[in-house]
Design a protein around this ligand. Structure first.
Ligand SMILES: NC(=O)C1=CN([C@@H]2O[C@H](COP(=O)(O)OP(=O)(O)OC[C@H]3O[C@@H](n4cnc5c(N)ncnc54)[C@H](OP(=O)(O)O)[C@@H]3O)[C@@H](O)[C@H]2O)C=CC1
Ligand SMILES: CC(=O)[C@@H](O)[C@H](O)COP(=O)(O)O
Ligand SMILES: [Mn+2]
Length: 394
């Protein structure tokens, strides 16, 4: 991509944490001089969506919330920006002719539009790990059949992608995912039992959306990332390790058969991974913090504790069992997360609910097509809702 060349892009989830960082990177790399923004999508934050769409001259702005269509339409009246809403609006955004699509909607809600973009051959910059946890190999295949590239954005997977050269794949021995350990890294289970969402959302190093922040605290985020790594890098479960690294400076590592370990390091700022995905295989010049190793002084590592953080054990179980266990764990955790932030269950209940649902779905065979994935996801949500109800009634 040369500087004068227009690059057509779409950002699914532009109003979120990743979406805003993506727009910052786009601005740093030339903004409207260099990029044509085909579509931006958001959900409830109509004010920010309009501001973003006007700033970049987006061709289409979409809210996922059908009930907000008229509000969006009147806010953008006279700007020439087309508007749409709801699931069909998201599909319209994904179907537009952008060569590069940032998948940054939170949760399984991102799967259908990301699939549409993948099937028409767009390069997919994947922040939405839920696509891979739910749909796994089917999603990878959809991108490959569409002809686009699947470029990881999640910081750990971007790090691995950067440290894993294609011509060295034969020597790949293990993937070492780093985990901050979240705000409760040193807490006992008894102490975690009573925490509120306000406390759990305070990540020690990263500024992120609510769902992933709570997932970092329960280590469900790392659980999702273990499954994400399996599908992105086509490795066996036993090749995936997790190491707690409280500073979040080493974003992840690749171990090779000669004993070498290659790591990618950087400040905890998603703009580096986003910039890499946007310009891949080039590396852009970005205005982000540089590491000062003398100031850092030390980097720490510790073994993860699967008793205090059972999500890690559940991910290992899902990886070993296969079938629809990834989709079950993901949908159950998403449902339990909503119940936790709504004050209906406690922090530790989230893992119990996910485990209950995984056990109920232990015999569900691997998905043959995307309909099976959506059916499995819906069933897991039903089972999780039942388990939440039973817990609340007890
Ligand atoms: N934040 C981070 O640093 C990282 C995030 N990720 C992953 O990236 C994804 C996005 O995370 P993050 O940016 O933190 O999340 P945010 O909650 O900050 O943003 C989510 C985005 O999705 C939109 N959205 C919410 N619900 C729906 C829905 N039902 N349908 C369509 N759109 C919806 C939101 O719209 P609105 O705000 O208008 O309501 C917003 O644009 C997640 O999958 C996360 O795991 C991965 C690595 C790092
Ligand atoms: C920025 C990013 O990719 C997040 O997934 C972040 O790494 C969360 O950190 P932990 O889940 O390790 O706390
Ligand atoms: Mn991550």
């Amino acid at each position: 991509m040369t500087k004068s060349e227009h690059h057509h892009i779409t950002i699914l989830g532009s109003t979120g944490s990743i979406g805003c960082s993506t727009l910052d990177v786009v601005a740093q790399l030339g903004g409207r001089e260099r990029f044509v923004v085909e579509a931006l999508t958001g959900n409830g934050n109509i004010g920010l969506l309009c501001e973003q769409a006007k700033a970049v001259g987006a061709r289409l702005a979409v809210t996922a919330d059908e009930g907000r269509y008229l509000e969006l339409k009147s806010a953008l009246a006279g700007t020439g920006i087309a508007v749409a809403a709801g699931p069909s609006g998201l599909q319209e955004a994904a179907a537009r002719a952008a060569e590069w699509v940032m998948a940054a909607i939170v949760g399984t809600a991102g799967l259908a539009p990301t699939l549409t973009a993948a099937r028409r051959g767009a390069d997919i910059a994947l922040a939405n790990k839920e696509c891979l946890v739910s749909a796994g190999a089917l999603f990878v295949r959809a991108v490959a059949e569409g002809g686009g590239r699947l470029i990881p954005v999640d910081s750990e997977h971007s790090a691995i992608f950067q440290a894993l050269e294609d011509d060295q794949r034969h020597a790949l021995e293990r993937i070492i995912l780093t985990a901050s350990g979240g705000p409760f890294r040193t807490w006992s289970r008894e102490a975690m039992a009573g925490v509120t969402a306000e406390i759990a959302r305070a990540h020690p190093n990263w500024s992120m959306g609510l769902k992933i922040s709570i997932g970092s605290a329960s280590m469900f985020n790392k659980a999702l990332e273990m499954i994400e790594a399996k599908h992105l890098f086509d490795v066996a479960p036993e090749q995936i390790e997790v190491i707690v690294h409280p500073q979040s400076i080493v974003h992840s590592m690749v171990g090779y058969t000669d004993g070498s370990v290659l790591a990618q390091l950087g400040a905890p700022d998603m703009r580096t991974a986003i910039g890499y995905a946007l310009t891949y295989p080039a590396r852009p010049a970005l205005n982000v913090e540089r590491l000062d190793f003398a100031k850092l002084a030390r980097l720490d590592f510790e073994a993860p504790d699967e008793v205090r953080f059972p999500a890690l054990r559940l991910a290992r179980t899902a990886l070993t069992r296969g079938g629809l266990q990834g989709a079950a764990m993901n949908a159950a955790e998403e449902t339990a997360f909503e119940a936790f932030i709504g004050g209906r269950i406690g922090f530790l209940d989230m893992a119990d609910i996910a485990e209950t649902v995984m056990e109920r779905m232990i015999d569900w065979p691997a998905a043959g097509d995307m309909d099976d994935v959506f059916a499995g996801d819906a069933a897991a949500r039903r089972f999780a809702t039942e388990a939440i109800g039973a817990r609340a009634a007890a």
